[in-house]
Every structure is written in C-alpha cells, then in structure tokens.
Design a protein around this ligand. Structure first.
Ligand code: DHB
Ligand code: FE
Length: 285
C-alpha cells in the first residue's frame, strides 16, 4: 500500500527561483535563506519519496480569471514550467504520476470534495521553487527531478478562497485516498506559500513574526484548532497574500493522528517581500 511518510512546508517566493537561476545563491542576502534548507536537502536524500503530492497555488499562469478552479489535481504524465515576471524557469519538466493522481481524484471526489481534473497544466514558481529548495538546483543539462510529482493547485488568489477548515478536511481525504492505493509508494505531501506577506496596497511589505511563529507552533501541535481560524484573521494578521497559508493545512491534514516528529524548523525574514517559513514533519507509525 502507498503511505504518506512525511510532510514538508515551505514558502515559494519567486525571487528565490530567480536567485538560483541567475547564480546569486552565494550572495549574503540569499545565503541566509538557503542556509535554512541545507538540512532539508540532506534529509530528503536520506528519505527519498517516490511521489510528492505538491499543494501550491497557481499565480495566473495555468489559469486566468477566465476559469478559477478551487482545487485542481494534475493527472497528466508531465507538466511544463511556466511563469510570469522572470518567465519560465530553466528547470526540468515535472514528471507526474497519472495512476496515483487518478486514484486520488476518484477517492477524494467520492469522499465529497469536488476537484477539477487537470489533464494539461503548466506549473509556476509556486511548485518549482519548493522543488529547487528541497532537491537543489539542476547541476547538469540532463538533470531530472528525482521523483514523480502530483501538482495540486488551490485557488488562494481570487476570492472566494477555500476555508482553512475545508483545506484541513481535504487533507484527511487525501490521506485516506493514498492509504487505499495498492502500490508500495513512499509519498510525501508538501504545502507551500506564505508566510506573512502582502504584495499590494497601503500595507504592502507587511510581515508579522509573532503570527508566523504562532502559526508554526499550532500547525505542529494543534492543527484541528488552527484550521478553524477564519479568513479575516489571515488577512488582518498575515497580509492579503498570507492567505496562502491555508494550503499548509491540506498537507497537515494528510498526516496521521499521532504527534508528528519535527525534523526541521526554519524561519527567516526577509526573502523578497515575505517571511520564509519551513517545516519538515515525519509521521510516527
Ligand atoms: C512574492 C511572494 C509570493 O508568494 C508570490 O507568489 C509572488 C511574489 C514576493 O515576495 O515578491
Ligand atoms: Fe505566492
């Protein structure tokens, strides 16, 4: 049977991708950010997943205001990088896992969550920056990402966006789906985005260290209660783009009910306009 062994949480700041792609990762500003991922890269080498179920949000690259799926699951065999701003990143094509993705879609939809099936979908920095942070930057032209990835896009860009509670419950449905897949796959689930940041309006540049610290504490220790936090609290405390954090609740909801083992925790301000947060949690059997 397939099993979710661990969850990974990380910001997905596009400027991190640009720093890597433009060879700026050694600059002191970026060194402080990347230092927080050294342990993560060692950990994932020692604990290689077969599949990463990667929860992220599209930033109007795959979808536009023409069509706004609340939850879209990538069921294709491959996904091409695309991006606004700096343009598509020079990173490898992302290999999917159509069989597991189709199984999860079947199970989760029958479990009352309405997913959009994406059989063709480009993936932006929301997905590729976390891959670079965890697996490192492609060292050679023939580099391939070391595992399959199921992209799971969540609308946190255009209101109305899903509640934290729904995201947490969806995570539990994803766990049931993975548990019932009849292949011995080591699956990790990643939640990306956040932490506090606001890119627009009079409060642009907002960072709230206290909120972020508290969010990390509660995500580890009491995610069910954290999931009841209403949208307005995210927006007021963590800024308009801080709402990306509801995606972390999907990953946390997919963990089992025992207290997780905290493998790694990192927090740093700033990276571009955001506070960078990062956690690795392992399931205890
Ligand atoms: C920034 C952060 C994001 O999460 C994003 O999607 C775009 C920009 C930023 O910090 O600039
Ligand atoms: Fe974002």
């Amino acid at each position: 049977m397939a099993r979710i062994s661990a969850s990974v949480y990380t910001s997905h700041v596009p400027a991190i991708g640009a720093a890597l792609d433009q060879g700026k990762s050694g600059e002191p500003y970026w060194q402080k950010v990347f230092s927080g991922y050294e342990k993560s890269k060692q950990w994932i080498k020692a604990n290689p997943p077969d599949v990463v179920f990667l929860v992220y949000n599209d930033h109007a690259n795959a979808f536009s205001l023409d069509l706004i799926p609340t939850f879209a699951i990538g069921c294709a065999a491959e996904f091409q990088p695309a991006d606004e701003g700096w343009g598509p990143r020079p990173v490898p094509m992302v290999r999917g896992h159509p069989e597991l993705a189709a199984h999860i879609a079947q199970s989760v939809i029958q479990d009352d969550f309405d997913l959009t099936i994406a059989n063709k979908m480009d993936v932006d920095h929301g997905l590729t920056v976390p891959l670079s942070l965890m697996f490192g930057q492609p060292p050679a032209d023939d580099f391939r990402w070391p595992c399959a990835v199921i992209p799971f896009a969540v609308n946190v860009v255009q209101y109305p966006v899903p509640s934290g509670r729904r995201c947490y419950q969806l995570g539990r449905a994803i766990r049931r789906a993975v548990d019932s897949f009849d292949q011995p796959l080591n699956v990790q689930i990643w939640g990306t985005g956040g932490m506090s940041h606001q890119l627009q309006g009079p409060r642009a540049g907002l960072i709230n260290r206290e909120f972020d610290r508290d969010f990390l504490d509660r995500l580890i220790a009491d995610p069910a209660a954290l999931a009841s936090m209403p949208h307005i609290d995210y927006v007021r405390e963590a800024g308009s783009e801080g709402i990306e954090l509801v995606m972390w609740l999907i990953a946390r909801g997919a963990m089992n009910d025992k207290p997780p083992r905290v493998v790694h925790r990192f927090y740093h301000v700033p990276a571009s306009n955001t506070a960078v947060g990062h956690l690795i949690l392992e399931n205890q059997e």
